[in-house]
Design a binder for this molecule. Structure first.
Ligand SMILES: *[C@@H]1O[C@H](CO)[C@@H](O)[C@H](O)[C@H]1NC(C)=O
Ligand SMILES: *[C@@H]1O[C@H](CO)[C@@H](O)[C@H](O)[C@H]1NC(C)=O
Ligand SMILES: *[C@@H]1O[C@H](CO)[C@@H](O)[C@H](O)[C@H]1NC(C)=O
Length: 355
């Protein structure tokens, strides 16, 4: 559904950069990070991710799933979720126990870390990939393929030994198979549907320019900042007229804390050639109204503080003058309330002075 909407947007968007704005695949994965300090100390962290958005956490104290969004339960019933939670709880404690008991046999050396990523990928509603991969000390170790555990070349003989052991457990293999091939795609479709308000929201980017001189040379580093947009696909380019500037360098799209995205695109130019350059931003939230910022129009930005300061100074002068007027009044007519008189007089005077 997300795909369909994005496709529709892409069709509506003008220009030849549609491919940059289309998001076709959706990936859901569960990430596990287990740290083993010694024979008696281990810690498990778990989380669920829909592409780059975290949807679930794991409370290892209570052994419960943390649902990070109102829609994080998808369309699964409480019963099914409780069963999954129990499965994860048994898995985490069982895994820790087994490794603590026979870690030496498997020749794991303390301290060590295991990372597991498992999930499925969907392409317009159809499952294209299901996977489970394990890394030991940050290096590929083994994976689950076609109903059996396969060692990675990097895992060497240690991975082979581990696979030989766990391949004997048919129940585990069947459970894993069912989880990644059946439960995962079903859950993701439910998630996409329940979370569509959030996942299909459109948040417009804000854009601004900045620059800095480059290593004391005549070069300028121009930076086009684009922030606060959602969804992630975006197109940002430095242009001269209608021509894309080949020197544009795009950074990584970084997450903001509120779930929106940030991107900067930089350009090194000779200071004299900076005039006439502009930064163009195209995003699904903008329809066909690209944001265009012209370099050099920055000057008007510098005038903004002046436009604020001048009226401020005038206000202060007026206030001081009013105050003076009040004390004068007080001396003149002692206990009389100051302001009514003062205001009358001052506004009258002010009118006179401005005329
Ligand atoms: C095991 O590691 C934990 C965490 O680093 C530490 O606090 C504890 O003292 C260690 N225990 C032993 C028996 O080495
Ligand atoms: C997967 O396993 C099945 C049965 O064990 C076999 O028939 C099939 O060819 C295997 N597929 C691959 C890609 O290895
Ligand atoms: C949830 O939605 C998906 C996709 O629409 C559907 O296949 C599934 O049967 C629904 N219900 C459950 C409990 O998975």
């Amino acid at each position: 559904m997300l795909f369909l909407q994005l496709l529709l947007l892409a069709v509506l968007l003008p220009g030849g950069n549609n491919k940059d704005v289309v998001q076709e695949d959706i990936l859901f994965r569960v990430i596990q990070i287990s740290s083993f300090a010694n024979h008696s100390w281990a810690q498990n962290q778990g989380s669920g991710w829909l592409d780059e958005l975290q949807t679930h956490g794991w409370d290892s104290e209570s052994g419960t799933i943390i649902f990070l969004h109102t829609w994080s339960k998808g369309n699964f019933s409480s019963k099914e979720l409780v069963e999954l939670e129990l499965l994860f709880r048994v898995y985490f404690s069982g895994l820790t126990q087994r490794i603590q008991d026979c870690g030496c046999q498997l020749q794991f050396e303390y301290p060590f870390e295991l990372q597991v990523t498992a999930g499925c990928e969907l392409h317009s509603g159809k499952t294209t990939k299901s996977f489970l991969q394990v890394a030991y000390q940050g290096t590929d170790f083994l994976s689950f393929q076609n109903m059996s555990w396969v060692p990675s070349p990097e895992g060497e003989s240690r991975a082979q030994r581990v696979c030989d052991v766990i391949n004997q457990y048919e129940v585990i293999k069947e459970t894993v198979f069912k989880l990644i091939r059946n439960v995962c795609p079903r859950f993701v479709l439910g998630l996409l549907d329940a979370g569509k308000m959030d996942l299909q929201r459109q948040v417009r980017p804000e854009a601004w320019l900045s620059s800095s001189p480059f290593h004391g040379s005549s070069q300028l580093l121009l930076v086009c900042h684009v922030s606060g947009f959602y969804p992630k696909p975006i197109w940002v380019m430095w242009m001269r007229g209608e021509q894309e500037h080949p020197g544009s360098q795009q950074g990584d799209v970084m997450p903001n804390v509120d779930g929106t995205w940030y991107l900067r695109v930089i350009l090194n130019v000779d200071a004299q050639e900076a005039a006439g350059l502009s930064c163009h931003v195209r995003h699904s939230s903008l329809g066909d109204q690209d944001i265009i910022l012209y370099w050099g129009h920055q000057l008007s930005m510098n005038l903004i503080p002046l436009a604020v300061i001048v009226p401020l100074i005038l206000l202060v002068v007026l206030a001081l003058w009013l105050k003076k007027c009040c004390s004068y009044q007080n001396i003149q007519r002692d206990s009389s309330p100051c302001f009514p008189h003062c205001n009358e007089n001052c506004t009258a005077q002010e009118h006179r002075t401005t005329e």
